[in-house]
Design a protein around this ligand. Sequence first.
Ligand code: FAD
Length: 529
Amino acid sequence: MKTQYDVIVVGGGGSGLACAMAAAQGGADVLLLERQPKLGGATGLAIGSFTANRTALQIKAGIQDNPDDHEEDAAKFGPHAYQVKNNRRLRRFFFDHGADTLEWMGRMGLRFYGPSPEPPNRVPRMHNVVPNAKAYIAAFQLGLLRAGGTILCGAPAEQLVADAGRVTGLVASVNGERRTFHARVGVVLAAGDYANAPDIIARYRGPEFTAIEGINPHALGDGHRLAEQVGARLVNMEITYGPEMRFVPRARDGFEQLLPSKGPAMRLMGLMLPLVPKPVVHWMIKRLLVTWQHPEDAILADGAILVSRQGQRFCNELHSPSREVAVANQTDKIAYILMDQRLCTRYSAWPHFISTAPEIAYAYVSDYLRLRPDVAIAGKTAAEVAEARSMPAAEVHRTLDHYNAFAAGLEKDPFHRTDRPSPLAGSRWVLLGPVKAYFTTTEGGAAINEQMQVLDGDDRPIPGLYAVGQNGLGGMVLWGHGLHIAWAITSGRLVGTRLGELARRHDVTTQSTHSFANSAATAPSRRPP
Ligand SMILES: Cc1cc2nc3c(=O)[nH]c(=O)nc-3n(C[C@H](O)[C@H](O)[C@H](O)COP(=O)(O)OP(=O)(O)OC[C@H]3O[C@@H](n4cnc5c(N)ncnc54)[C@H](O)[C@@H]3O)c2cc1C
């Protein structure tokens, strides 16, 4: 087995594949290692939204946009406590390069729907790849193989190899055997997030969160661990996207997962898209909406209750994240949302929806009953919906009696709620669920500069080591839809292109002393204070 390459990429999700493909197309001899038997990572699970400014689709739609406005709007998303930790310089650098990435993918044959609005973005910036994010994986894999790259699946990188402070390769397990691979130009960490790594979550967020799973069961934090082994500084590791409740996925892929995500059929679908009537596009998107979405918090704030498999309440429904922690501690880590007649009516029309991709589509009670009968059941009584889910009806009645007594001011709430909700009653009931508490993704990553070189505790580049996607978030806070994929692919494209150049020049010595001597930004950037 060949063991010497120019570039070794750890991880075959969106960032790793984009990087490996760009490097190989630039002339580098590339090895991509993927831990799982197949490529994709979290990217392959995603809807695929890609948020960027100054894009060709915006221009076509007559939308004027620029990176300054985007930067200003991005700071309005998510908790303020997180935004103040943002690496502004790096996020601004990112916003300068997203549109070029979309164009690059357009030249590969990928097609996008949009731009769609997502307030508080002042203009529509969200682009959705057709039919979903698997299209990225298929296109990059094809591009990498055509450019002569090597892909090894089922081959986890286990350890970085360094020589005199420079990362020169790694040890990976291939067919159960530990093998050492050497990289002449660089090793790129692209191993995704740590949403399903309880030890890392416990270390940075607290031990009470360890029962909560990542949506992506393979988000194990390997890239972060590898970076730390060689002295990388990890930033914003305590910031997580979630926990939030989501409906458990269908046992089998839905229709939208079966849409062609590669080859001429995918390209044809992309070309046809402008001709497809809007209601049909919305229907497709609505199916995606009910696949992974989380029920709006407003449903609980409006008086729906959370019940366990045993039909009992177990938490204050209004307190997050303690309710998500409580859900994760129930039998099978699941819970159900019980809605009465008033809530069923309320959540049947705008502006009260069960789930949404803002401004694209909204899913109501009837959508869930029709499209996700596995997580939505209706009946005339609470007992009827409970029994349909093998929940003891008598226990549900007891739960409702106590809750309604609390709502009427006759009893104290055992979970310390102090609001005054409406009692649950009527002749139409819906039980939504099972829901689980999940981390969607994590915002911590290695500190990096604008060349995606990994920085040590003194903000000096670790020679030979790069990080992209979720491994190379560098302290950026990417709240809102579409920024994670945009960063994953943009960072992968940029560093892959540069490593391809370096490989062509065989310029390894210069690069190890000072990176990218001929590129625009030569000095390693420091994070703002
Ligand atoms: C359900 C869901 C929907 C989402 N939807 C969107 C969306 O629409 N838009 C958006 O912007 N973001 C979305 N996100 C977030 C986004 O998908 C990810 O943040 C992004 O795709 C991460 O890309 P990545 O390349 O960094 O990691 P990944 O795509 O996770 O790829 C990492 C790869 O590295 C592999 N790996 C891990 N360890 C090793 C190892 N030791 N050796 C070798 N390989 C290894 C993994 O198996 C994986 O294949 C979504 C996330 C989820 C979970």
